[in-house]
Design a protein around this ligand. Structure first.
Ligand code: SF4
Length: 383
């Protein structure tokens, strides 16, 4: 008997932390819908720590699925057929038995609207043969299932075993004709925890089932570090960072272990786009050093789509956003447009996805060869 997810009343919703009440939020890989929040799986590095939601270990609904979809498609950042969508990637697990019906309700509602947007669904849960049939009935959306797999054995760090995600990836990747795509979302890679040669070889074997693989490190934010300290867990780094941490030597070893792979990516949007035979929707092609592991056919696709916008183009696109009134275009190059005056990250992602080109914040510069990654573990920076 599955317990339905309780629907909170407005008083209860108003008592949630402010950021938790933001049901639609723009994150780097897409506009994220999170009207169900709470998860019992207890991964210690969960992003819920940063939203004041860690103690919410059972899913609750902030609104109905129908209303959530309405909020999404009428959001000022939403553009039909263009904006990548992420479903339940911030505060719950989309295939928990009682969350699964909501996941399908949202996907089916969006699909009935004949929207062709990317939809990213990140999971580590057990999937079932029925899920294949139901996903195959979606006609329009470009759905990608990303299977979070770390290979971490410590139950203290990751109580829900990684092999479940591995089994689900194999199951969902088996049908040769599928409407959806599968990605091995190999993360978080943490030195000393899950980076032995054996771990890397196992991940490589698993990657052969998926349409694409992306590897990434740990988001080691202040709240997560605090939790590690309080609970006596081994702290993986001496410092925290706003970006994911992938030390240089670990990246080199991953590339060596995957030297026979033709579908390994550093960026989630690259893996998702490749799996659907499309150019990267985040426009990473300008950051040339990211592309040195990419298959030639994909390089050609991205090269064909690469258009450097003018400052006027950027202002024109930003013109629909009141929060972009103080936007300044600081620099335009083949790599990226550098801007200031946007306040938060969200409008920047709107510009990036509309233009299909990297938009960087002047105050958070990217360094060559470690784009989008923390400085920790790279030459000349703290270990
Ligand atoms: S060519 Fe570059 S931007 Fe395009 S998918 Fe490959 S790595 Fe990403």
């Amino acid at each position: 008997m599955i317990t339905p997810v309780p629907l909170l009343g407005s008083d209860q919703v108003n008592r949630l932390p402010e950021r938790a009440r933001e049901v639609v939020e723009y994150r780097k890989s897409g506009l994220s819908l999170n009207h169900i929040q709470g998860c019992p799986l207890g991964c210690t590095y969960c992003i819920r720590h940063t939203y004041g939601l860690w103690d919410q270990n059972q899913p609750v609904a902030l609104m109905t699925d129908a209303r959530a979809v309405e909020e999404l498609v009428h959001h000022r950042y939403f553009q039909p057929h263009a904006t990548p969508i992420q479903l339940f990637n911030r505060a719950t697990e989309p295939f928990l038995p009682n969350v699964r019906p909501h996941t399908f309700a949202v996907l089916e509602d969006l699909d009935e609207r004949e929207l062709t947007n990317h939809v990213l669904v990140i999971t580590r849960h057990r999937l079932k043969p029925d899920d294949i049939d139901r996903l195959n009935r979606l006609h329009h959306l470009k759905v990608t299932l990303l299977f979070t797999y770390s290979g971490i054995d410590s139950k203290k760090i990751e109580p829900y075993a990684s092999h479940v995600a591995a089994d689900s990836l194999k199951l969902m990747s088996t049908p040769p004709l599928r409407k959806y795509r599968t990605v091995l979302y190999w993360r978080p890679l943490v030195p000393g925890l899950n980076d032995t040669d054996e771990h890397l070889a196992t991940a490589y074997e698993l990657s052969r089932y998926a349409d694409a693989t992306v590897f990434t490190g740990l988001f080691y934010r202040d709240q997560i570090a605090e939790y590690y300290k309080t609970n006596g867990l081994p702290e993986p780094y001496t410092d925290t960072a706003r970006r994911k941490i992938v030390p240089e030597t670990l990246e080199r070893r991953v590339l060596d272990a995957f030297s026979h792979s033709s579908a390994l990516f550093r960026k989630t949007s690259c893996a998702v786009s490749y799996a659907h035979g499309l150019p990267d929707y985040n426009g990473h092609y300008g950051i040339r050093e990211l592309c040195d592991i990419c298959p030639l056919s994909q390089l050609e696709l991205c090269a064909g789509a690469h258009r450097v916008p003018t400052a006027e183009d950027v202002h024109h696109v930003a013109g629909v956003l009141p929060e972009a009134n103080n936007l300044k275009v600081v620099d335009v190059s083949e790599r990226a447009v550098v801007v200031s005056g946007l306040g938060t990250e969200q409008p920047r992602y709107f510009l990036q996805h509309t233009l299909g080109f990297q938009i960087h914040d002047q105050h958070h510069p990217h360094h060559e060869r470690r784009h989008g990654r923390a400085d920790i573990g790279w030459k000349g920076t703290p270990a």
